[in-house]
Write a protein that binds this ligand. Structure first.
Ligand SMILES: Cc1ncc(COP(=O)(O)O)c(C=O)c1O
Length: 371
């Protein structure tokens, strides 16, 4: 019998991850000069000047491999977060931390739980490692922790909670989360994905580190890609029990966080003023966009992050395409089963205004879907 060369079962069923289109691609393909990107929840202010200075300085040493243990960045993070360095795992973006969980913990057929309209990378991890998942629906666009707790079985390996959730921008409250954690068996790891943590100002928003400090089976993931403005350098991290971190470090590629990323992240941590500026710009932009979009007759989901899910009553793909032709990149949400919606990242004031002006034109052009 001849054996056919091919991928593992399940690989061909994976829909390749579709990120926001890069500005250069839109410029090239549509022959446009002036393009803005509000598609990947990046910080429109850019990185801290201190991070840029650190990158320039570290660039002189790029012929050397980076510190594989990222000693100084880990020390700085440990101090900033008030945890022990042995509780920190660094990743090539927080996505890589999620992937390492799969590598270290998941066997084919293992059971996972997360919401059915949560950040897509959880389902990607499930598919790569041949796991199974129960995915209860959102309730009012928010993780339904009651339903999620019911989905967890004694053998469930990992629960993924994006807080706030992408693409809805909604969050679970401290008391709901604590009730949930109390119901979850010690043998199930709860991942609290806090990629947008620094943006959230709601008083009842829980800080996942509290549960790590209590010694629970919890891993918190955070990133330098969002408010820190370093998405292009790919630096994220997880904070959990030292034992879990030591397992994850065993599957980690030796030099997974590059030298420029390590230097920039350290410098960015020291510039908390830059974060404050980012938060302010976001709050002002969020208020403006909510109001402007509602006055166009559109429904927006209240968000505590740096993006908005906008319901259009029209094909999100067609609206995103028409916006692209006007040089505005946003994300259609069909892949998240919101076919009539887009997600827009809060930009600088002039970017937000340009988006609204372009959208006003596009809404005239694209007809409504039948109710
Ligand atoms: C909820 C959530 N988690 C994780 C990530 C991954 O971020 P990174 O890999 O850049 O750290 C994102 C990015 O969009 C996100 O929205």
């Amino acid at each position: 019998m001849t054996r056919k060369f091919g991928p593992k079962p399940g690989i061909e069923q994976i829909r390749p991850y579709q990120g926001g289109k890069p500005i250069e691609e839109v410029q090239r393909e549509l022959g446009l000069q002036d393009v803005i990107k509000l598609a990947s929840n990046e910080n429109p202010l850019g990185p801290s000047p201190r991070a840029l200075e650190a990158i320039r300085s570290a660039a002189k040493q790029v012929h050397l491999y980076p510190d594989g243990n990222a000693y100084y960045l880990k020390q700085a993070l440990a101090e900033h977060l008030d945890v022990d360095p042995s509780q920190i795992l660094l990743g090539n973006g927080s996505n890589e931390v999620l992937q390492m969980l799969g590598e270290a913990l998941l066997l084919p057929g293992d059971h996972l739980a997360y919401s059915d309209q949560a950040f897509v990378v959880y389902d990607l991890i499930r598919a790569i490692f041949g796991a199974k998942a129960t995915k209860p629906p959102l309730r009012e666009y928010t993780y339904d922790l009651e339903a999620l707790a019911e989905a967890v079985r004694p053998e469930t390996k990992i629960v993924f909670i994006a807080n706030p959730n992408n693409p809805t921008g909604t969050y679970v409250r401290r008391n709901e989360l604590e009730r949930f954690l109390d119901r979850i068996p010690e043998t199930t790891l709860v991942v609290l994905d806090e990629a947008y943590f620094e943006y959230v100002t709601a008083p009842d928003y829980p800080n996942g580190l509290e549960y790590v400090r209590q010694g629970r089976n919890v891993l918190v993931t955070r990133t330098f890609s969002k408010i820190y403005g370093l998405a292009g350098l790919r630096v994220g991290y997880g904070i959990g029990r030292p034992e879990l971190i030591s397992w994850l470090n065993r599957v980690r590629q030796p030099f997974n966080v590059n030298a420029l990323g390590q230097a920039a992240a350290r410098a960015a941590l020291e510039d908390q003023g830059h974060l404050e500026k980012g938060r302010r710009i976001n709050q002002v932009g969020m208020a403006y966009l909510e109001e402007a979009l509602r006055s166009l007759g559109l429904e927006v989901v209240p968000s505590v992050a740096n993006f908005l899910l906008v319901h259009l009553k029209r094909s999100g793909a067609r609206v995103a395409e028409a916006l692209l032709r006007r040089g505005v990149i946003v994300r259609p949400m069909g892949g998240y089963r919101f076919p009539d919606s887009i997600r827009v990242t809060i930009g600088l004031p002039e970017e937000n205004e340009r988006f609204v002006a372009a959208l006003r034109e596009v809404l005239e052009e694209v007809e409504q879907t039948a109710p």
